[in-house]
Each structure stands twice: as structure tokens, then as C-alpha cells.
Design a protein. Structure first.
Length: 267
């Protein structure tokens, strides 16, 4: 009988412990849902699927110190003010330094921005709220318990100054001649690329990627300098995914199906 009573006590104790854990978990997730409710959903369209398929990246050796300013197209053909604004906005999101007050874990992959460590660059994030500028990011991330940032298309949308788009919505804008905020997005030739244009990949179903074009390497025409938000394929996700300047292979991009596009308002 004593063993029976003891067994019942153990079972009841286990049930009570599980109930406590369940209640704590529910309160935590409820708090998180409340925080997410304040997110502005008016800018949201379909979110790109998370993937780790980008293999043609050469990581920039200046990952922690991208302080160089975007350069004009050529001395004889300087950039327009609109194109300069696009590049400076991208560079600002790459240069921004921030220190989380809590460990910030990503929902879609096992990487963490560690409490008290200083990072450079707006983080990669596929959440509903997409960062539009450095000031926006710093105000959101200050004291936050969740990651704020942008994904590849959110990054390009912010730099272009248009409403939040996805690779699919940009793909359809080009292929179906749909305007974005009343502005045309058109396909251009590789030879016509200018700083501030973009290179787009999409399978027509929302799986893809987009990078912001900066320039061709003067010594190696296969190397393309780009700004982008992307998740690295190197495990354990190093360098951590933040907005950055990368070097891409033109041949590899063409083989994968990327094509150049332009926001017509930049002309």
C-alpha cells in the first residue's frame, strides 16, 4: 500500500509540474503575441520562404567594417541624386552598430544575437515588420526581446523607397507589367546595369532572392559588388546574417537564373 501511495504521489507531482510548465509557456507565448500585434501589417504581403540555397557568395573581407562610401558610376557619368540616395541608405543599414540587451533568437534557424555583444548591420529577419531605415531599426531594437530587421526583398524595398515587396511581387511587376506604388519595374540588360539597380531570382511561385547592384570589379568582370540581406550557408551561420556588402559571380548568377531589373523612378 505504501508503494502504491508513493507511486500516486509521484504521478500527481509530475502532472503538477507539467501543468506549471504549460502555464508558464502559455504566458510567455501570449506576451510574444501581444508584442507582435503592434506590428504594422499594412506593409505586409506574402513572406518569402526561408531557404539556405545561396552558394555563389564570396563573403566580403571587410564584413565588420564596411565604412567605404558608395562611388559614382564613372567620373564622366556621375550617379544621379536618386541612385546615390539608394546606395547611401543601403550602406547605412550595413554600417549601423547595435548591442542587444537580451539574447535574440531567430524563429526560422538556430542562430542567436548574443546579449551585450556589439554587431554591425541590420539583422536578417523574415518577420512581418520590415525595417525601413537605420533610425527605424534603432528605435525598434532598443530593449527588444525579439529580432527586428529585414529580408532580401524587404531590404531592397527599403533602399528603393517603395512599399514592402517580395521577390514574387517584383517578379510579377516585371513579367506582368504591374506597377509598384505607381512606378514601373522593368527588366534591363546586364550591360545596362547601373548602381542602385537590382538582380532578381524567382521561380514564379515566391522562392527566390534579390540583391542590390553596386558595380562590376574593374579588374575582373565576373565579380559583381552587391548589397544584400541573405542567410549564409556556412554552419553555424557565421558570419551571422546581417545586411552586408558581398562579391558575387556574374556567371554563377546568370546560370542560376538571375536577371537585372530597374525601378524606373531612378532614371
Amino acid at each position: 500500500m505504501k508503494f502504491l501511495i508513493k507511486g500516486v504521489e509521484i504521478i500527481l507531482g509530475s502532472i503538477l509540474m507539467m501543468l506549471i510548465i504549460f502555464i508558464v509557456f502559455q504566458r510567455y507565448t501570449s506576451r510574444e503575441k501581444i508584442e507582435n500585434r503592434i506590428i504594422n501589417r499594412s506593409e505586409v504581403v506574402k513572406i518569402d520562404p526561408f531557404n539556405l540555397d545561396e552558394k555563389s557568395i564570396t563573403y566580403n573581407s571587410k564584413m565588420e567594417n564596411n565604412s567605404e562610401e558608395p562611388q559614382a558610376h564613372t567620373q564622366n557619368n556621375p550617379l544621379s541624386a536618386k541612385r546615390q540616395a539608394v546606395l547611401f541608405k543601403a550602406q547605412a543599414m550595413i554600417d549601423v552598430k547595435w548591442t542587444p540587451k537580451y539574447d535574440l533568437k531567430n524563429k526560422y534557424a538556430p542562430y542567436t544575437f548574443t546579449k551585450g555583444k556589439t554587431y554591425t548591420g541590420v539583422p536578417y529577419s523574415m518577420d512581418l515588420y520590415q525595417i525601413r531605415a537605420v533610425g527605424d531599426f534603432l528605435s525598434k531594437i532598443d530593449g527588444s526581446k525579439i529580432i527586428y530587421g529585414n529580408d532580401c526583398s524587404g531590404f531592397v524595398s527599403a533602399c528603393w523607397g517603395i512599399s514592402r515587396q517580395t521577390t514574387l511581387s517584383l517578379f510579377e511587376a516585371v513579367k506582368k507589367q504591374k506597377k509598384v506604388d505607381g512606378i514601373s519595374v522593368v527588366e534591363i540588360s546586364w550591360s545596362d546595369l547601373k548602381p542602385g539597380d537590382a538582380l532578381l531570382l524567382d521561380n514564379g511561385k515566391g522562392k527566390g532572392h534579390i540583391v542590390l547592384y553596386i558595380s562590376m570589379d574593374e579588374k575582373d568582370k565576373d565579380k559583381i559588388n552587391v548589397y544584400e540581406q541573405n542567410v549564409p550557408t556556412i554552419i553555424p551561420f557565421q558570419p551571422l546574417p546581417v545586411a552586408r556588402k558581398d562579391i558575387r559571380s556574374k556567371a554563377a548568377l546568370q546560370k542560376e537564373g538571375y536577371f537585372p531589373i530597374r525601378l524606373k523612378s531612378l532614371d
